[in-house]
Design a binder for this molecule. Structure first.
Ligand SMILES: Cc1ncc(C[n+]2csc(CCOP(=O)(O)OP(=O)(O)O)c2C)c(N)n1
Ligand SMILES: [Mg+2]
Length: 653
């Protein structure tokens, strides 16, 4: 280990971070200064990566869970040769700069993901480690190992205080993810001050109880860190947490060790004093020894990647079928023809049951689809009987028993998706989307095509009562940018909804599905399978020009069809709105073809009114703007005025 060069690398991380944050007049120097030595060994010694090919499939992954410390990443990525220029760093936190405040996925090469929202990075890293293990099991052969990398993450006090780290830590321990290595920047400082204010638990015991190997050392002993990582790698059956005792803002003469350097520029006086103490010469200083070191390193990295490529080519030659599957996995394409179930008009089944049939079909066409439910496999109807169960003993299984950990489940799904090669789905009751919402938001922000299978989608849940009856949830999901909510009205629409989910590449889809049975209905639009992809289509057309157009979603479509039949004297058109936001994004001509100008619009959805006002007058919206009731589903619906007769009366007004 070239300690001298690595020390100079750490020094340069400090210099670049102080200056970029000062120039931006915004940012968090505490972490990059406090953890600079870890950064130097990590990027200089430990990581198996190649900055000239950031998408090399078998690179090690590093997730900065404590995303506020972003200058840590940018300075190291710059020095190791990723395409982040010094000018980019000088533009830290400015609009359009790849060096965003909290590194968002897709903006800069070399960033696997980082989570500004504390704790999620750890869970996302768990997802990446799961993906590595799954792909290794699927593709490696006795002769060739083409998937064999580690997932590292850096977490802070904040990440470990957040509940999601408990869910994810517990699950990673259960699965025995031996190739997951987390570093804990244990500086005992958060924004409010000392962790003595609120965090005195024994983290070591906690993670040991989860089934992790827990090691400890100093942040400033680079050889020690390297040995600890070797120890972590030697433990193949447990994830490892390496607790590194550190000083926040190390190197800032008066501010180090205090909350004052967590999230504010150090100020020019402090920087001047730090430069003098540390031997930093000038602005945006990068030590020549560090530059030389990484220059030399590039050849080593290339050698490693070339060696991998040779193995990969030999593997591809020896295993053409596996190679074809690999290509499909990484191209995000189906590997076989999709054969969706067929239905007859009048068949009665819940859309969750139809979703299961579709999911099973999809999983055959897409052998890279993996996922599971948070302890609701049966109720969510997501069993994949032929896909096997993923576990420590069976890494090629595709169904994941997440346990009751919705938030980690969704963050892990992001990690699986971000890893590359796999598509992920997760499932729970729609009402519990609130338990995973922060990860869904990141799926949307990071443009990850995770499928969220959310069943029991309305008051028709019935007896479980208001705690289990979603009311505001559809509306609250539709308002998240880049989240696509699909609420199919029958089994046939559900199959198309799954096709749309798999076709989407740039963001998550939420499938809102019923618990209760619904009839498969005849559809007026002969091209409905295509039209529905615009978000809505005409399910029933009247003779002649429509007086009233009913917009309904999910279970309310069949209700609207029944009501239309009863609404005497009106020419009623019924529209199934599979996805309101998708429909709203269509050109006017497409919308007008479905909702003809001049017709009165009536809306029916078993959820809050919010958002439908743009389509109908308030008095023409049949919605539920209160919490539900505990009782049999049809009685609850009647109690809330949700009946075919009530809708027919509204249409007839
Ligand atoms: C979910 C979430 N809650 C709150 C914050 C705001 N926040 C950013 S950093 C931070 C303190 C983090 O402390 P620690 O992880 O110890 O980082 P350090 O101060 O040591 O760099 C907080 C509360 C956040 N980013 N995410
Ligand atoms: Mg801290």
């Amino acid at each position: 280990m070239n300690l001298k060069a690595l020390e100079k690398t750490a020094l340069s991380v400090r210099a670049l971070s102080m200056d970029a944050i000062q120039k931006a007049n915004s940012g968090h120097p505490g972490l990059p200064l406090g953890a600079a030595e870890l950064g130097a060994v990590l990027y200089g010694e430990i990581l198996r990566h190649d900055p000239t090919d950031p998408s090399w499939t078998d690179r090690d992954r590093f997730v900065l869970s404590a995303g506020h410390g972003s200058m840590f990443l940018y300075s190291l990525l710059h020095m190791s040769g990723y395409k982040i220029s010094l000018d980019d760093i000088k533009n830290f936190r400015q609009i359009g700069s790849p060096c965003a405040g909290h590194p968002e996925y897709g903006m800069a090469p070399g960033i696997e993901t980082t989570t500004g929202p504390l704790g999620q990075g750890l869970a996302t890293a768990v997802g990446m480690a799961i993906a590595e293990r799954m792909l290794a099991a699927r593709f490696n052969t006795a002769a060739h190992k083409i998937v064999d990398h580690y997932t590292y993450t850096l977490v802070g006090d904040g990440c470990l205080q957040e509940g999601v780290s408990a869910e994810a830590g517990s699950f990673a321990g259960h699965l025995g993810l031996g190739k997951l290595i987390a570093f804990y920047d244990s500086n005992k400082i958060t924004i409010d001050g000392s962790t003595d204010l609120s965090f005195t638990e024994d983290v070591k015991k906690r993670y040991e109880a989860y089934g992790w190997q827990v090691l400890a050392g100093s942040m400033y002993d680079m050889e020690g860190i390297s040995k600890l990582v070797a120890q972590a790698k030697a433990e193949a059956k447990k994830p490892s947490l390496i607790i590194l005792t550190s000083i926040i803002g190390k190197g800032a003469p008066t501010k180090q060790g205090t909350a004052g350097c967590h999230g504010a520029p150090l100020g020019s006086d402090e920087i001047a004093a730090a430069r003098k103490n540390l031997g930093i010469e000038g602005d945006f200083f990068i030590a020549p020894e560090a530059v030389e070191y990484f220059k030399a390193k590039r050849a080593d990295w290339k050698k490693e990647r070339d060696a991998w490529k040779a193995t990969f080519d030999a593997w591809a030659k020896a295993n053409p079928e596996k190679k074809a599957e690999w290509d499909a996995f990484y191209a995000g394409k189906a590997a076989a023809a999709l054969e969706m179930p067929k239905y007859n008009i009048g068949d009665k089944l819940a859309t969750r049951a139809a979703s299961n049939k579709a999911l099973v079909a999809v999983s055959k066409a897409w052998p890279n689809l993996v996922g599971g439910s948070a302890d609701l496999q049966g109720p969510n109807a997501v069993a994949l009987p032929e896909a096997g169960v993923f576990s420590a003993a069976n890494p090629s299984g595709r169904y994941i028993y997440y346990g009751i950990r919705e938030f980690a489940m969704a963050a892990i799904s992001n990690g699986i998706s971000l890893h590359g090669g796999l598509r992920s789905f997760c499932a729970t009751f729609l009402v519990f989307v609130d338990y995973l919402r922060p990860a869904l938001r990141l799926s949307a922000l990071m443009k990850q095509p995770v499928a969220y299978v959310m069943t029991h989608d309305s008051i028709y849940v019935g007896e479980d009562g208001p705690t289990h009856q979603p009311i505001e949830h559809l509306a609250s999901l539709r308002v998240i940018p880049n989240v696509r909510v699909l609420r199919p009205g029958d089994a046939e629409e559900t199959a198309v909804a799954w096709e749309m989910t798999m076709a989407r590449k740039d963001g998550p889809t939420v499938l809102a599905l019923t618990r209760q049975n619904l009839p498969v209905y005849a559809k007026a639009d002969p091209d409905w399978r295509e039209t529905i992809k615009t978000g809505a289509y005409v399910a029933k057309k009247p003779d002649g020009k429509a007086d009233v157009v009913v917009l309904a979603t999910g279970s309310e479509v069949s209700m609207a069809l029944d009501a239309a039949a009863k609404a005497a004297g009106k020419k009623v058109q019924v529209v199934s709105v599979l996805s309101r936001e998708l429909f709203e994004s269509q050109p006017k001509a497409v919308r007008d073809a479905i909702i003809p100008a001049g017709a009165r619009v009536v809306v029916c959805e078993a959820g809050v009114r919010s958002g439908w006002e743009r389509w109908a007058k308030i008095e023409d919206i049949m919605s539920i703007d209160r919490f539900g009731e505990s009782g049999p589903a049809d009685k609850v619906a009647a109690h809330l005025g949700f009946t075919v007769d009530a809708l027919a009366a509204l249409i007839g007004k």
